[in-house]
Design a protein around this ligand. Structure first.
Ligand SMILES: Nc1ncnc2c1ncn2[C@@H]1O[C@H](COP(=O)(O)OP(=O)(O)OP(=O)(O)O)[C@@H](O)[C@H]1O
Ligand SMILES: [Mg+2]
Length: 454
């Protein structure tokens, strides 16, 4: 609503202020009574309240104390001549300013101006904070690990420039999380962050997905299509799983990385874009180079700065922080002994595996504590525990359990398919079956929430 409320029991003064402020273009309400003032402030939410501290029916201080702390409304207190002590107290109680009677209208105007500016700044800050909170909700950027602290420091340092960054780390360590963090801290943060998941694009479509194609470039290309590099213009291009780029596309990619210029498939025109390139991999690119699977010149261009994210087992200090972070969203708790077990576990699937384990336990737990639903494998290996076999599951059940296990650990259908050396379609089918099973928990040993198919 906004506007100004005058709370003044001197009728003449009140009326005069009302008229003058209205002349200046403010929306003004006026009251003589403290009670009515309370009602109005509650229901209308003013920008500024001019509050006479000595009212007939109320002590102005009571109103000040009641509202000044938890609304964005600014209070300018009007005190009697020479009553400096009251003025100081009023400021302590949260008033923005005070004016002593008698006062000139000019002084009041300056004071109102200042209060309005202050309010606008606070509103802006609040809006910014809420955007940051929203973005930060998912990730924890706090750490007790010196190694991870260094990772974050390096990320901050490189964020300001357009240097190409290569992020390395085991699966689930947070490579994409870090890439987004760098983007967010960079001058390009308002621009797009485009992910090219090099492991998920079929080899024959790679070039047209990444660089786009012209209409009629090949059979089936009925429309012109923009490539991912073009969509990233003005922002950051994240080449995820860079080790999976087919060899024959690597030379085209190299040229693009060097010049930021490319041609759409079937196109003659050179297009130039302004992008920052961050790539990520969990593969040993140097080994791939020596085996002739990855171009050394491309690697040289991509890793101007290399950031290595340590696996979770090498930053155990952060496990309690992460557990707390993932639990606190749901208001659930964990007992000390369980937290100790989680800290000792090697987490081969890293932060992703930890996050999935906690979220699964949260979904399965009815009470406040999640402990009984956090079952960890004895070690990090894929061996099935003896007691599982003793239940004598059918081969099909066993298979579904393994797919479920891999999906929770790896987090993507493509990766599960890679481990199982089967097609993505097969993994989809198994996960679908699993989901149907979970709808009916009586039917077999599988339990827990259905995983999302990405
Ligand atoms: N610091 C963090 N705070 C909160 N969640 C995190 C953090 N780091 C990673 N995660 C979570 O862990 C999961 C894996 O993170 P991310 O996808 O960035 O890993 P990755 O290294 O790219 O994995 P992959 O190699 O499998 O692609 C995500 O769900 C992510 O939200
Ligand atoms: Mg990733």
């Amino acid at each position: 609503m906004g506007g100004i409320l005058i709370v003044e029991d001197d009728e003449n003064l009140g009326r005069l202020l009302e008229r003058k402020l209205a002349e200046k273009g403010f929306r003004v309400d006026r009251t003589c009574s403290g009670e009515e003032a309370r009602e109005l402030i509650r229901s209308r939410g003013y920008d500024v309240v001019l509050l006479d501290i000595r009212l007939k029916d109320t002590d102005g201080f009571e109103i000040l104390k009641e509202f000044a702390g938890d609304t964005l409304t600014k209070f300018i207190v009007i005190t009697g001549y020479g009553d400096l002590r009251t003025a100081v107290e009023a400021m302590r109680a949260g008033a923005t300013d005070f004016i002593q009677k008698p006062f000139s209208f000019d002084i009041l105007e300056v004071s109102i101006d200042r209060a309005l500016k202050e309010k606008r700044l606070e509103e802006e800050n609040r809006a910014l904070r809420s955007i940051l909170l929203e973005k930060d909700q998912e990730v924890l950027l706090e750490t007790r690990s010196p190694a991870f602290r260094e990772v974050l420091e390096t990320a901050k340092k490189v964020a300001g420039s357009d240097i190409n960054v290569l992020i390395r780390g085991e699966t689930g360590t947070g490579k994409e999380v870090l890439a987004r963090y760098i983007h967010r801290l960079s001058p390009r943060s308002e621009g797009p962050f485009i992910v090219v998941d090099c492991s998920a694009i079929p080899e024959h479509l790679f070039e047209s997905e990444v660089f786009g194609h012209e209409k009629g470039a090949y059979t089936g290309a009925t429309q012109k299509k923009l490539g991912l590099v073009e969509l990233a213009d003005g922002g950051t291009l994240f080449l995820d799983e860079i080790g999976d780029v087919p060899l024959h596309v690597q030379s085209k990619l190299l040229r693009f990385v060097e010049t930021r210029r490319f041609r759409r498939v079937g196109g003659l025109k050179e297009i130039s874009v302004d992008v920052r390139i961050i790539s990520a991999t969990n593969r040993d690119l140097s080994g791939m180079v020596s085996r002739g699977e990855f171009r050394s010149d491309l690697l040289f261009r991509l890793n101007v700065v290399e950031i290595n994210i340590p696996p979770l087992r090498e930053r155990k200090e952060d496990i309690p922080l992460l557990v707390d972070h993932f639990l606190s969203r749901y208001g659930k708790k964990i007992r000390k002994e369980t937290l100790k077990a989680l800290t000792d576990y090697p987490w081969p699937g890293n932060v992703r595996e930890l996050k999935n384990a906690i979220e699964r336990a949260v979904l399965l737990s009815r009470g406040e504590y999640v402990d009984e639903n956090l079952c960890l494998p004895k070690d990090g290996s894929l061996e099935c525990p003896e007691d599982l076999f003793s239940k004598m599951p059918s081969l099909e059940d066993l298979e579904l359990m393994y797919v479920d296990y891999l999906y929770r650990r790896l987090g993507s259908v493509s990766k599960v398919a890679e481990v199982l050396r089967c097609s993505r379609r097969t993994v989809f089918r198994k996960l679908k079956k699993l989901r149907e099973r979970n709808g009916n928990p009586e039917e077999g040993p599988l339990s827990g929430p259905a995983p999302d198919v990405d």
